[in-house]
Design a protein around this ligand. Structure first.
Ligand code: FAD
Ligand code: SIN
Length: 514
């Protein structure tokens, strides 16, 4: 059958290679070039219970625990049980995972994992290694690759998906050609996350929630958008740069301005507590002391830092920072979206003909806070499962979303994004019209790491008052996508009145103290 896969990160590439191997006719489209998106930037690695003393059951427990109990057990089981095969497949595809002295894949430690179980490549260049290996494999397949092909919307008829529409970016004289469509028996969305909702993010520039926006426009269910993960250790300053959690796993610690390891005030595991806990501790301490906290890796020594984390080491040194001698100022940045397009354990969405995989999807594996290095794994496991489950839309279709007992909550089907009273946007701090920058600032201030009732209500009102201009360019299409995803995110956050995982609501008494 004809399959269109949108996106070439770990999830899209895995799905494309597997679907080709199964004999499908595959077209892989990306809005920019290959090797863009988040995958190529991944540092720490890919999780899998492949070491002595470890087990898929323990990995599942850690995943559920980090997700604050909100994960879906069936989806988590599919994830952890699929890890060994997914990592084997990456090895067969040519990913040069780092090896221990005995020849086994080396195992790194990251926060909230009971044991070291993170496979990495090139030290801290795991995403590059995976992206390069999978992309190179395309050459020996029949997959048709189309770069500079910006997918704008799903083509739907009779409540099913029959293809995608591309942005008409070619100008003939003064006329903008309307976008062409690609017909398909199956569409797989693998468009990544939405880090660009925020002004400070680890994500690359095209991470604008396009797939989620397409599904919202098509009226299909999304869920858990209120759960946005902020990474605690991003180099503070104008040009954010991630310093991997694996550095803390190797022994680096977080210190306040007095040199004290403050994260233990919040959690007995200190720097290796779940990521949402550490990110909030870092943000609160920075507010309290009026300056960023410090990541102290000096005890690891210059040689170990350079050999285990060569990419981070080189980047810091390029910026004039010798982290073997001085602690580094760090602060949180938007990093990962736990929510997304609701899928079953095979990536099927509620719309016949449409699958979603990777960060775009809400499979239920991450709950309210993703366990470190489970995202590359999710892309590899569910990319393959989606390919294995491809069927014609004309066949009888049954979609059972994971955790459907929770379908009464705000999460499923929050497509209306709330009704939102229309008020003047000037109510938000004098920001008058919609722009990407004003949206990002609003999301940072009102729908960020620490949230409160008034801020969330203001964000929902303001986002619904803003209109994005009818998109004429890919950048304007991204802006429109960010606005629709921001509305859904803020509305979901407002509707979830309790704190859970990465969604943290300050009680009024705490607001002054935060
Ligand atoms: P992506 O890799 O983001 O790819 C998205 C693809 O979709 C791209 O090809 C893009 O061009 C395409 N696309 C998007 N919109 C459109 C459109 N409209 N039309 C056509 N194409 C489109 N996770 C881990 O598990 N371990 C780690 O160590 C780790 N480190 C990270 C470090 C950084 C700095 C970042 C940013 C993330 C990290 N993550 C890590 C998270 C992880 O990298 C991502 O969640 C994962 O790679 C997402 O893969 P994906 O295939 O879903 O999407
Ligand atoms: C990191 O290396 O700190 C990022 C790991 C992840 O996001 O899973």
């Amino acid at each position: 059958m004809k399959v269109v896969i949108v996106g070439a990160g770990v999830a899209g590439l895995t799905a494309a290679l597997r679907a080709d191997a199964l004999g499908h006719e595959v077209e892989l489209v990306v809005k920019g070039r290959l090797r863009e998106g988040s995958t190529v930037h991944a540092q720490g690695g890919i999780a899998g219970a492949y070491g002595p003393g470890d087990s898929a059951a323990l990995h599942a427990l850690d995943t559920m625990h980090a997700g604050d109990g909100h994960g879906d057990p069936l989806a988590i089981a599919a994830l952890v049980d699929g890890a060994a095969e997914a990592i084997d497949a990456l090895v067969r595809a040519g990913v040069p995972f780092d090896r221990a002295a005995d020849g086994a894949i080396a195992r790194g430690l990251e926060a909230a994992h009971s044991l070291p179980r993170i496979a990495h490549a090139g030290g801290d260049a795991t995403g590059r290694a995976i992206s390069d290996a999978l992309t190179a494999r395309l050459d020996s397949t029949r997959v048709r690759v189309r770069e500079q092909a910006f997918a704008t919307d799903l083509v739907t008829a009779d409540d099913a998906v029959h293809g995608i529409r591309l942005h008409g970016i070619r100008l003939v004289g003064i006329r903008l050609l309307s976008g062409e469509t690609i017909d398909a028996d199956a569409v797989v969305l693998a468009t990544g996350g939405a880090g660009l909702l925020y002004p400070v993010t680890t994500n690359p520039s095209g991470t604008t929630g396009d797939g989620i926006a397409m599904v919202l426009r098509a009226g299909a269910p999304v869920a858990d958008l209120e759960f946005v993960q902020f990474h605690p250790t991003v180099l503070a300053g104008d040009s954010p740069f991630l310093i991997s959690e694996a550095v803390r796993g190797a022994g680096a610690v977080l210190r306040d301005a007095d040199g004290r390891r403050f994260v233990f005030d919040d959690h007995p595991d200190g720097e290796l507590a779940p990521r949402d806990v550490v990110a909030r501790a870092v943000a609160r301490q920075a507010l309290a002391q009026g300056s960023p906290v410090l990541l102290d890796a000096t005890a690891l020594g210059a040689a170990a830092l350079a050999s285990r984390f060569p990419m981070i080491d080189a980047e810091l040194r390029r910026r004039g920072i010798d982290w073997s001698r001085e602690p580094v100022p760090v602060s949180p940045a938007a990093h990962y979206l736990m929510g997304g397009v609701v899928t079953d354990v095979d990536g099927r969405t509620a719309l016949p003909g449409l699958w979603a995989v990777g960060e775009t999807a809400r499979t239920g594996v991450h709950g309210a806070n993703r366990l470190a290095s489970n995202s590359l794994l999710e892309g590899a496991v569910f990319g393959a499962r989606a390919a294995d489950s491809l069927t014609h839309t004309s066949l009888p279709y049954e979609f059972v979303p994971p955790g459907s007992d929770r379908s009464g909550t705000n999460s499923y089907g929050s497509t209306s994004c709330g009704s939102g009273e229309r008020v003047g946007a000037e109510q938000h701090g004098g920001m008058r019209g919609f722009s990407r920058q004003s949206l990002q600032q609003l999301m940072w201030e009102r729908v960020g790491l620490l949230r409160d009732d008034d801020g969330l209500a203001d964000a929902v009102r303001t986002l619904h008052a803003w209109e994005a201009p009818a998109p004429r360019t890919p950048a304007e299409q991204e802006d429109a996508n960010l606005l629709i995803v921001a509305r859904a995110t803020a509305s979901a956050a407002l509707a979830r009145t309790d704190s859970l995982g990465a969604h943290f609501r300050l009680s009024p008494a705490l607001i002054g103290a935060a």
